[in-house]
Design a protein around this ligand. Structure first.
Ligand code: NAI
Length: 328
């Protein structure tokens, strides 16, 4: 019997939290043999709503749910956490400039980075979901100097899963037939869903679809899926975002299937000419709790242009948070 591990989730009373917590507690993230202690962080006014979620979690009588801690203090919620899913963030409001948004989120992710640095497990795996996810991850990372920078990641897995699903639908194949596509760059409309190395039932994806569809329909459909969901549902994607967060942590902790890769937002080591330090979507393989960038992929001129454009956006975001003194 395994010892329970501590999993911290911020923004736990929000929409994503409402789907995510139940999946973690049922064993979808870390395996059906791994008990968990949920450590839930919310802002003070949301603690009452969070108590309601906690009541429901208890009412599920999940065999793997060993305990639940709630707090409005990150030093409590992150204490000894092995996994931290940073979901709570300041959403963009009408009329807000990017600088305002980044500054508001700095007020959240700087203290959370500091708290992780102080109290979390020295091996904590951090996933930032709250937007702008890549740059929020950078802020948290830069304020946690005692942790390995590689412990901080951002979620592009929802984009990855959307890209898999769109390609499966187009080619009339099950999602399980799709392998090795990549989301490069920022979790934003500049992301690059890349099919250059992707296969469908072992055949090159780009031999099966026409280039025109790929460039002018597929890429924008994947990149703008979030807006399409808000338009249809009247609320932003929450269950699919939670599911992607489960997938990201699951694969990081337990490994990717042999020969396959997934997309994770991780600190660039300069691979593929991506400026070092940016938290950028890369193709990665995971094993023994560590991820590694897939090397040696061919980058066409088309890919280069897309990859540079999304890197450029992330550099601008980094410049902005540097000006605000949130990162070095
Ligand atoms: P929501 O507004 O329903 O929930 C957010 C929760 O975070 C609220 O309960 C709020 O009280 C809490 N919160 C705010 N500041 C906090 C702080 N400092 N500490 C702890 N909790 C705090 O939003 P939802 O739908 O759950 O989305 C959460 C975030 O995830 C948003 O930023 C959204 O843009 C982002 N998102 C990211 C995706 C991705 O693919 N990376 C996909 C979908 C959403």
């Amino acid at each position: 019997n395994k010892e329970p591990v501590r999993v911290a989730v911020t923004g736990a009373a929000g929409q994503i939290g409402y789907s995510l917590l139940f999946r973690i507690a049922s064993g979808d993230m870390l395996g059906k043999d791994q008990p968990v202690i949920l450590q839930l962080l919310e802002v003070t006014p949301a603690l009452k709503a969070l108590q309601g979620v906690v009541m429901e979690l208890r009412d599920c009588a999940f065999p793997l749910l060993a305990d639940i801690v709630t707090s409005d203090d990150p030093n409590v919620a992150f204490k000894d956490a092995e996994y931290a899913l940073l979901v709570g963030a300041m959403p963009r409001k009408a009329g807000m400039e990017r600088g305002d948004l980044l500054s508001a989120n700095g007020g959240i992710f700087k203290p959370q980075g500091e708290a992780l640095n102080k109290v979390a497990s020295r091996d904590v795996k951090v996933l930032v979901v709250g937007n702008p996810a890549n740059t929020n991850a950078l802020i948290a990372q830069q304020n946690a100097p005692d942790l390995d920078p590689k412990q901080f990641t951002a979620m592009v897995r929802l984009d990855h899963n959307r890209a898999v699903s769109q390609l499966a639908e187009k080619t009339g194949q099950p999602v399980t037939a799709i392998e090795n596509l990549t989301i490069w760059g920022n979790h934003s409309s500049t992301q690059y869903p890349d099919l250059s190395a992707a296969t469908v039932d072992g055949k090159p994806a780009l031999d099966l679809v026409d280039r025109e569809w790929y460039e002018s329909q597929y890429i924008p459909t994947v990149a703008k899926r979030g807006a399409a969901i808000i338009e249809a549902r009247g609320a932003s994607s929450a269950a699919s975002a939670a599911s992607a967060a489960i997938d990201h942590m699951h694969d990081w902790a337990l490994g990717t299937p042999d020969g396959q890769w997934v997309s994770m937002g991780i600190p660039s080591d300069g691979s593929y000419g991506v400026p070092e330090g940016l938290i950028y979507g890369f193709p990665v393989k995971c094993r023994n709790g560590k991820y590694e960038i897939v090397q040696g992929l061919d980058i066409s001129d088309f890919s280069r242009g897309k990859m540079d454009a999304t890197a450029q956006e992330l550099q601008e975001e980094r410049d902005e948070v540097r000006k605000l003194g949130l990162v070095k």
